[in-house]
Design a protein around this ligand. Structure first.
Ligand code: PA5
Length: 357
């Protein structure tokens, strides 16, 4: 049952948050530091033969780290990275593929199925999980398992789920050392925490202000190809799962070639749409120009738009500056919707029902 929550009352915000989404947000800088320094070091990686492609297979909160890797590493790694959110793997997966099988619970059936395919096709597999059936199977099959701490929701665990992929690729000689970049990112979100947290009043808190703009609206998040696209997808998922609200995402420049035309009908629904435009100074210069023109095109078609800009200097810091803002905003939107941000009962129901069919 929804009840009104005052964004300026920290105790009210914490009262509706029964499984500790705020605590997990508070812990993200520490989580990233741990993922950077501890989790991969103790894992023995076998000698991996020549790799021609990399696949990250997972779903939902466990898959977004794959997109972060894909976007982050695109300019640095000479082999393609594919994110697979399915029971089956693409045909190209074989002995020259490195597969990261990622599942926070270790029990997601699509990931378990894709894991088995990867093993059967002779791929090199690294499992990232808290345990579950994936942990068991990977150990039995003598694949390296990066065991991550449990006790939070998968979507609160991006540090644990994503950073180990960077560290593994570095240890395999496929990616340069990311420690400095990670340190900058950890410092940056540590500082942001003091500005975005539940104790900070709405008048000074950008995440609360974004949530207010999205209240009663249909959020549409636009990112840019190669930079903020993954963040747009992340915001969408976080708004769905935390605020229990629909949200949609798309990417420039592609949306300039279709979505932008579809903002005429039905006007009464379009007036409920609030667009978030994620901006990064690394966006292609032509895309930056496109955004300026696009703003003029959309301003009267929808409720409005809000631009959110990346901060920091390294790519990881810039990505996480936007992710962290969106994570907080989605939890505040849950509060404005009067719902508990943590539980995802429908996902749980689906998983349970599928076990019996
Ligand atoms: O956020 C969630 O709870 C989901 O999106 C899960 O991440 C998804 O269902 C997959 O589960 P797991 O992360 O345990 O593999």
């Amino acid at each position: 049952m929804s009840q009104l929550v005052d964004l300026n009352q920290e105790d009210e915000l914490r009262r509706i948050d029964t499984i500790g989404m705020f605590a997990a947000l508070d812990g993200l800088p520490g989580q990233c530091a741990r993922a950077c320094r501890e989790l991969v070091e103790k894992v023995q990686l076998p000698e991996i033969k020549a790799i021609s492609n990399i696949v990250v297979t997972g779903l939902g909160g466990s898959a977004i780290g794959g997109d972060l890797l894909r976007v982050y590493a695109a300019g640095q790694i000479s082999v393609p990275i594919t994110v697979n959110r399915d029971y089956v793997l693409p045909k190209f997966v074989g002995p020259d593929t490195l597969v990261f099988a990622v599942s926070y619970s270790g029990n997601t059936e699509e990931t378990l199925s894709a894991y088995s395919e990867a093993r059967n096709r002779g791929a090199s597999v690294v499992a990232i999980t808290t345990g579950g059936k994936l942990g068991e199977a990977a150990k039995k099959d003598s694949f390296p398992v990066i065991e991550i701490p449990g006790g939070i929701s998968p979507r609160s665990a991006t540090g644990y789920l994503f950073i180990p992929t960077l560290k593994v690729l570095n240890r395999l000689g496929l990616l340069s050392d990311v420690t400095e970049e990670l340190d900058e990112m950890i410092d940056l979100i540590g500082n942001m925490r003091a500005k975005l947290g539940p104790a900070v009043m709405e008048a000074e808190n950008p995440a609360k202000q974004i949530a207010r703009k999205l209240q009663g609206r249909i959020p549409v998040i636009w990112g840019s190809a190669g930079t903020t696209e993954v963040v747009a997808q992340r915001w969408k998922g976080q708004i769905n799962e935390n605020a229990k609200s629909p949200a949609y995402w798309n990417v420039l420049p592609e949306l300039n070639h279709n979505e932008i035309v579809g903002l005429e009908f039905p006007p009464e629904i379009l007036k409920k749409i609030h667009i978030i435009i994620l901006r990064d100074e690394r966006d292609h210069p032509r895309v930056q120009k496109r955004i300026e023109i696009t703003k003029e095109v959309i301003q009267n078609a929808v409720d409005g738009y809000t631009e959110v800009r990346a901060t920091g200097s390294g790519v990881l810091a810039r990505l996480y500056s936007l992710i962290y803002t969106g994570d907080f905003a989605s939890v505040y939107l849950a509060a404005l919707n009067g719902v508990d941000p943590g539980p995802v009962k429908v996902i749980d129901l689906l998983k349970k029902e599928l076990q019996n069919r």
